[in-house]
Design a protein around this ligand. Structure first.
Ligand SMILES: [Zn+2]
Length: 74
């Protein structure tokens, strides 16, 4: 059995399925609840973002992920 640990909340995920039960961003592995929280945070930033670009979105997602990993929470 493969076990992956979420880099944000440190929760263990048994037999992780990429893009379904865990997600990779900027060299990190994160669980689904953490990904949802990250996207929720970014959604509030998107409202004030004009023009909106995919590059900005991906960079923001990676930056937020890196920060969340350092803090241990989103
Ligand atoms: Zn997590």
């Amino acid at each position: 059995m493969i076990t992956t640990t979420c880099d944000i909340c440190k929760k263990k995920m048994d037999d992780p399925i990429n893009e379904r039960t865990f997600f990779r961003y900027a060299e990190t592995s994160i669980c689904e609840p953490c990904k949802d929280n990250l996207e929720q945070n970014i959604r509030t930033q998107i409202r004030g973002k004009d023009p909106f670009t995919m590059e900005w979105y991906e960079k923001t997602l990676k930056d937020s992920c890196t920060k969340a990993c350092q803090k241990g929470k989103v």
